[in-house]
Design a protein around this ligand. Structure first.
Ligand SMILES: *Cc1c(COP(=O)(O)O)cnc(C)c1O
Length: 396
């Protein structure tokens, strides 16, 4: 037997989190998490559940009754949506334009789906004409797309056109809104999205652990009329209905503190107003974009599909991305991330999400990058970048 390990008190560094998530958590959310637990079937918790659902509907812009936090990270909500809406033998159409589209395809395959793909280059949205062609060729039962591709910094535009195409073919549409919910314009009902999932630790600025999911009646009808049970017991929405629906019966123990946190994070969204929040992300991230562009660095996606919540900034000549990332972490306690998949080594991924989308944070990012590029010998105009960010923020 070993002796009791001599482990010191927890004291994580104070980082400024400007990567692809988690984003900085608002102090009110941290405080909510440290309030006393009640049982997950306590009458007071039932009220908290109702309020959380109501706040989630507001953030998603939906009236869907079936709107819940799934226990787990964004991938759990993702697997709940895909695994419940894909029956063995269903054809599932997934995009190829980013890392998370690939994850959708993989989850659909594991659910027993026949996966077919619609192509677009990394960093570009799907073209509705290509989606229409894919529907004509494959007649998919389910179509998944990524609204905000965190791996490329590209936003899917023309969402209502995509959902129209799917509905003309009687298919259901699943949207990955992990990096858009609470940060980028998203209108689930108006845009005809049948199911959308998200994560708490991106634009909602909440710790990971309870992840938003919403399904309309068409989607829920399919879930409840499946011939075969979904492969996951834990994420079976027909069973979860027993807990989140009227019955309030035990299925699994809800992550009580995470639900508190999500409720408080969503209260902050409601206080600010969802549209004002979308506008703030665009404005503050716009100052970051102006700064890096004035330094001479391009953003990966074209302006038309620029995603304010995740900025994919090209790595300048003369430096390695990893050295810059290490430098800003060491000198500024600042977290930014490298590229994923096809963009590895080519871009930095700089988040501007939720409580992180503030002038002081983007000023820090631009100043820290300017210092890192200077110290490491990249050929950029650091002073012009700082001036452009300052000017963009002053105009606001
Ligand atoms: C982060 C992310 C996910 C997965 O969420 P986790 O919380 O990491 O499980 C899925 N899709 C997109 C677009 C994401 O950015």
């Amino acid at each position: 037997m070993t002796d009791a390990p001599d482990v010191g008190e927890l004291s994580p560094p104070q980082r400024t989190l400007m990567g692809p998530g988690p984003s900085p958590v608002h102090p009110r959310v941290l405080k909510a998490m440290s309030t006393p637990l009640v049982g997950h079937l306590d009458p007071s918790f039932v009220d908290i559940m109702d309020e959380t659902q109501e706040l989630l509907r507001y953030a998603f812009r939906t009236d869907n009754e079936w709107t819940i936090p799934v226990s787990g990270t964004g991938s759990a909500a993702m697997e709940a949506a895909i695994g419940n809406l894909t029956e063995p033998g269903d054809t599932f159409l997934a995009p190829t334009n980013g890392y998370f589209g690939d994850r959708m395809a993989e989850m659909a395959r594991r659910a027993g789906g026949e996966v077919v793909r619609v192509d677009a280059p990394w960093g570009e949205p799907l073209d509705p004409a290509d989606v229409a062609d894919a529907f004509a060729e494959h007649q998919p039962d389910v179509f998944g797309f990524v609204h905000a591709e965190t791996s490329t910094g590209a936003k899917q535009t023309n969402v209502p056109e995509l959902t129209d195409i799917a509905h003309e073919h009687d298919a259901l549409v699943i949207a990955d809104t992990v990096t858009s919910l609470g940060g980028v314009e998203l209108r689930v009902d108006e845009w005809g999205i049948d199911a959308a999932y998200s994560g708490p630790q991106k634009c909602l600025s909440c710790p990971p652990g309870a992840s938003p999911l919403t399904l309309n009646d068409d989607a829920m009808d399919k879930v409840l009329s499946r011939e075969e049970d979904p492969r996951s017991w834990y994420l079976d929405l027909s069973l979860l209905e027993g807990y989140w629906g009227d019955e309030r019966a035990y299925h699994h123990t809800a992550p009580v503190s995470n639900v508190y946190a999500l409720r408080e994070a969503l209260r902050l969204v409601a206080e600010e107003g969802i549209e004002a929040r979308w506008e703030r992300h665009e404005r503050v991230a716009g100052a970051l974009k102006a700064g890096v562009e004035a330094m001479g660095l391009g953003l990966n996606p074209e302006d038309d599909y620029w995603l304010p919540s995740l900025n994919a900034v090209r790595v300048p000549a003369g430096v390695e991305d990893g050295d810059v990332i290490d430098y800003v972490l060491d000198h500024y306690d600042l977290e930014i991330a490298s590229g994923l998949g096809a963009l590895e080594g080519d871009v930095f991924r700089i988040g501007c999400m939720g409580h992180g989308a503030r002038p002081e944070n983007v000023t820090l990012v631009v100043a820290a990058l300017a210092d890192a590029f200077d110290a490491l010998g990249a050929d950029v105009d650091a002073a012009a970048g700082l001036a452009a960010t300052r000017e963009a923020l002053r105009e606001q």
